[in-house]
Design a protein around this ligand. Sequence first.
Ligand SMILES: Cc1ncc(COP(=O)(O)O)c(C=O)c1O
Length: 387
Amino acid sequence: MTARIPYLNARLQGYTSTIFSEMSALAVATGSINLGQGFPDTDGPDLIKRSAIRAIEDGHNQYPPLNGISELRSAIASHHKRHNGLDFDPVTEILVTAGATEAIASCLLSLCETGDEVVMFEPYYDSYAACTAMAGAQRRTVPLRAPDWSFEPEALENAITNRTRLILVNTPHNPTGKVFSLAELQVIADVARRHDLIVVTDEVYEHLVYESPHVSLASLPGMAERTITISSAAKTFSVTGWKVGWACARPELIAAIRSAKQFLTYVNAAPFQYAIAEGLNQCDDYLVEATALLREKRDLLAAGLETAGFKVLPSHGTFFLTTDITPLSDEDGHTFCRELAQRCGVVAIPSSAFYDDKASGWHFVRWMFSKRREVLEEAVERLGRRQ
Ligand SMILES: Cc1ncc(COP(=O)(O)O)c(C=O)c1O
């Protein structure tokens, strides 16, 4: 539970601090290698960095159009067509946002009435719960069960009530590294169609898949008209600080989301929008190479954690993997992570932060592997000295 803040409204009292700030501060205080928070330690392709500098020098420094610059919307449309088989009209069906975070917030704030319910899979990315609360909606969770993080179709069906407004899906999935299978996506699509629900799908890790190609939920039959597909440049191009994301959906849904978005940030990141447009158009080869490199890093960290005595659960996407700490400790993940920083100088995130049902996540810890090879090797070496 987070500390109570006097003037804060009741909706946000449960969200006053995050485990990421706590663990990142601990990493600094203990001189630890930070494998907690989700940002890479190298930047994306030079091409997009040069493009951003050029855009600033060329004077693209004032408010861009509300929907995003047309060059970026066209690039997003052709990227979605090429990679995910999705058709979006760049004029009416694409909205550029301040990262995926703003796209998610805009969906929840614009689509939910007070008291509506939002169904999400647990563990879940932390902004889902906070934004659901800000929207005055209630969350209902469907458990993903280790080791493969599968869900019971009945559990999803049972989570739907007459107050359900939308289902929130995240594939590839943070924190587990799960990639929802086609069969699982079909179950979700079937439930959404039968109950006439909107689906918001967060696909920010769409290019970080290691064993099978990414499948967009909107590509399934009957889903294009009810799905909002969200993505972001942050993870695709390792530029988490640029905050350029996008939401793609049918015009009526985009119009609704835009109504919230225009009063959150209105617009953002004008010069970076030019750079990401260039990246989406020209960096397909970079994406393949970056994914191959990340796959090697995942394997390096997984092997090191296994040697150090952790039970490593499979990760098929994102730059996270999860370990079960029970072979090493009877303590909960939070206590374990605090001690690990002190004893080994490595920081990870207790997965209980991503659960309502803390008991289900108490013995899992999340590790982030988008770090330079030598950093991961040093972390593995330090973990080996734990005993
Ligand atoms: C699942 C998921 N969605 C959204 C985001 C936020 O993306 P952005 O930085 O584009 O706002 C993250 C960042 O960690 C994430 O893991």
